[in-house]
Design a protein around this ligand. Structure first.
Ligand code: SER
Length: 317
């Protein structure tokens, strides 16, 4: 059975990825590592957990060696909106963790998954049915890190034979840990606010389309891609994946159908507005479907039903 190390395990994806991997590979074969003591303490209640600064090459290497790791999932990231507030920090963290992951994957012969993002695209990318292979000139430091990461990961595969794989995640909607500092966060925050207070003020313009995925599909994407037959992979870093595209107005209408007293208004954040306008409206994910069988299960209605139900339970409402 494969032994997997997840770095950045306390974030929005890691928090749900850990139980998903435990279910697929066994509790003892999943190690959750994170930077913060309080996060490690939380993770250790349900997983083998270790404290790790992924930019510390030596400490990171010791963990890979200690657990005889076969695959690294590098989930360390500072997201798009936070990145614009501190570009140097974003570059150092995002690229530091990636370079260490690549070099350790090479040294210890492990597979490596690092998520890319719709943030890897920019204003001059075709915005509808955005192709797998297209112009990638992002306007954010987050996007610059993601494009660099895709290129480096492909380079490590072709030059050194490192088994690097990746998907370009759109906005991820989930009910575990909150996202933080992203441009797509509104599509999660709205559910908490509507259940708490019945009102949500949105920072994204009402007519801005972005692709989204519900977390169960995102988790399946990860394990499906990492288990895919390498002979079938024409691409590696990184695959477009999506299963819905909507703008805030459309999402809020779906919520209002179910919560008639919900009210919404807009207080647009200029940085997030600019970022979201530069990203695709809808991705073409046919390469992921053809090369490794990507087949998402959730649509907008089912996601809204499930989010309202699970977050109401979580908040005791
Ligand atoms: N969810 C990310 C962000 O908004 C995009 O990958 O920054």
């Amino acid at each position: 059975m494969k032994r997997i190390l997840v770095v950045g395990a306390g974030g929005q994806i890691g928090t749900e990825l850990i139980p998903h991997l435990q279910k697929n590979y066994g509790y003892d074969n999943v190690i959750a590592a994170d930077l913060k003591d309080e996060v490690v303490a939380r993770l250790s209640q349900n997983a083998i957990a270790e404290k790790l600064d992924a930019t510390d090459f030596q400490a990171y290497g010791e963990l890979v060696k200690k657990y005889k790791v076969d695959a690294i999932y590098n989930m360390v990231a500072l997201l798009s909106a936070t990145g614009e507030r501190m570009p140097d920090v974003a570059w150092n963290i995002n690229m530091g963790a990636l370079l260490n992951s690549l070099n350790l994957a090479k040294e210890f012969n492990t597979a490596l998954f690092t998520p890319s993002s719709i943030g890897a695209f920019g204003s001059n990318t075709p915005h509808t049915k955005t192709p797998q292979d297209t112009v990638m000139r992002p306007n954010t430091i987050y996007g610059v890190c993601k494009v660099t990461g895709e290129l480096l990961s492909d380079y490590y595969f072709s030059r050194f034979g490192v088994d690097t794989r990746s998907v370009r995640f759109p906005g991820l909607i989930s009910n575990g840990a909150l996202p933080g500092g992203g441009t797509t966060d509104y599509a999660v925050e709205v559910f908490y606010e509507i259940i708490r207070s019945g009102h949500y003020t949105c920072p994204i313009p009402e007519d801005t389309y972005m692709d989204m995925l519900y977390m169960p599909d995102a988790l399946n994407a990860l394990t499906q891609l990492m288990e895919a037959d390498p002979a079938k992979l024409v691409h590696r870093n990184s695959f477009n994946v999506t299963c819905m595209s909507f703008n805030p107005r459309e999402l809020f209408a779906k919520i209002k159908e179910r919560v008639p007293h919900a009210t919404f208004d807009f207080d647009v954040d200029p940085v997030k507005a600019q970022i979201s306008a530069s990203w695709p409206d809808s991705l073409d994910d046919s390469c992921a479907r053809e090369e490794w069988g990507w087949n998402p299960q959730w649509d907008l209605d089912a996601m809204v039903d499930d989010m309202l139900k699970t977050i109401a339970q979580k908040l005791g409402k």
